[in-house]
Design a protein around this ligand. Structure first.
Ligand SMILES: Cc1ncc(COP(=O)(O)O)c(C=O)c1O
Length: 360
């Protein structure tokens, strides 16, 4: 048996019971409303977790990049939505075709008038016809048509193209990641924005909002066909302390570190910096907080060092282990080769972050 204190650090630790609870909770909320759950795998990039989500009842998986989807095939998934702009026939058509051949359903994304035209060229080169979800910008200002006129013009491009079948509308309401957000209002705003576009184009279009801050509430709103959350599977400071979607105690991933220095009162260093925690932080400048909610935080990072400051920092001693909840979990996972799975303090498995670095 391997116990946590004997492991080298830094290391990503998964509490399997909490992971399973997070998967079951979101699936339960979707099932109760008759809404499909398509989890985004960008958060875990791990075949074992994708299989858990599918076994729990997920209808399909969402990936951003072709490389992520290619890796996820080994999970046994039969339906994937590639929620990212495809634009390059030269490098993407062959891979897209191979992916479509390997799956029962492959859905692709149209995010604007010009990108829809480019997507058409990729599909022409691939020689395949695919279902398309059109993105609607509901406030993030990233992917998605802006306004009804642009929505109608983009939908017309898709509907006129022989290799595209417009099936619905999606959004990523990442703007809901704001401190103290009213989650119900955010979910409602998003779904109403999608519904307005649907009503202007075709009442048969399905609605696919997606973001962990709002997914559980969006699933209960009329007209929603599917939700596509990713971060809910682990949780992080954004999803717990800042937006209140879950508690810190429910977060399933922590970064285990060791205290390596105490050079002056009020300051400790741990052996994880930006190469373990990424550069993402909360609006207060916190990169990570202790999973057991003691009152100190990582408030500055260099590559291999985390500066720990706060009221209880003087309690730390060299060699102490500290498990941290990161501010934003998704880039943290992408920095690690493996996830160490723990049940009641005992290491039970080591899972590969199989789609790590698959950014093309
Ligand atoms: C297109 C798209 N869909 C779904 C998600 C999942 O969002 P979250 O991680 O907030 O659950 C993301 C996250 O970046 C995304 O970009």
């Amino acid at each position: 048996m391997t116990y946590l204190p004997t492991l080298p650090t830094p290391r990503l630790i998964i509490d399997e019971a909490k992971l399973r609870a997070n998967i079951a909770r979101m699936q339960g909320q979707c099932d109760a409303n008759g809404v499909a759950l398509w989890p985004h795998i960008k958060t875990h990039k791990c075949l074992e977790i994708a299989r858990m989500q599918l076994d729990a009842g997920a209808s399909g998986l969402v990936c951003a990049k072709l490389g992520e989807a290619e890796v996820m095939l080994a999970s046994g998934v039969r339906r994937i939505f590639l929620a990212y702009q495809l634009v390059d026939p030269e490098t993407q058509a062959g891979r897209l075709r191979a992916l479509a051949d390997a799956l029962d359903t492959l859905i692709v994304a149209a995010t604007s008038f010009v990108q829809a035209e480019a997507l058409g060229r990729v599909l022409d080169r691939a020689g395949i016809t695919l279902p398309v979800l059109m993105a609607v910008d509901t406030g993030l200002g990233r992917e998605g048509v802006r306004g009804l006129q642009s929505a109608q013009a983009t939908a017309a491009v898709i509907q006129a193209h022989p290799r595209m079948r417009l099936m619905g509308l999606y959004s990523h309401e990442g703007q809901a990641y704001s401190e103290g957000v009213d989650r119900q209002m955010a979910a409602q705003h998003c779904v109403e924005s999608l519904a307005a576009v649907r009503d202007a184009i075709d009442p048969a279009l399905t609605l696919w909002p997606g973001c962990s801050v709002t997914a559980d509430l969006a699933a209960a709103l009329p007209g929603v066909h599917a939700v596509r959350p990713g971060t809910y599977v682990f949780g992080d400071l954004w999803l717990s302390r800042l937006t209140g979607q879950m508690s810190i105690a429910e977060t399933a991933l922590s970064v285990l570190t060791t205290v390596v220095d105490r050079p002056e009162p009020g300051l400790a260093f741990v052996d994880g910096g930006s190469k373990s925690f990424s550069s993402d932080k909360t609006p207060e400048g916190v990169f990570a907080s202790p999973a057991d909610e003691r009152d100190f935080h990582i408030t500055r990072v260099s590559e291999e060092h985390g500066w720990v400051t706060g009221r209880q920092v003087n309690e730390l001693q060299i060699g102490d282990r500290v498990a941290w909840t990161p501010a934003h979990v998704c880039p943290v996972v992408n920095l690690a080769d493996t996830l160490t799975v723990v049940n009641e303090g005992i290491v039970t498995s080591e899972w590969k972050v199989a789609a790590r670095g698959k950014v093309s």
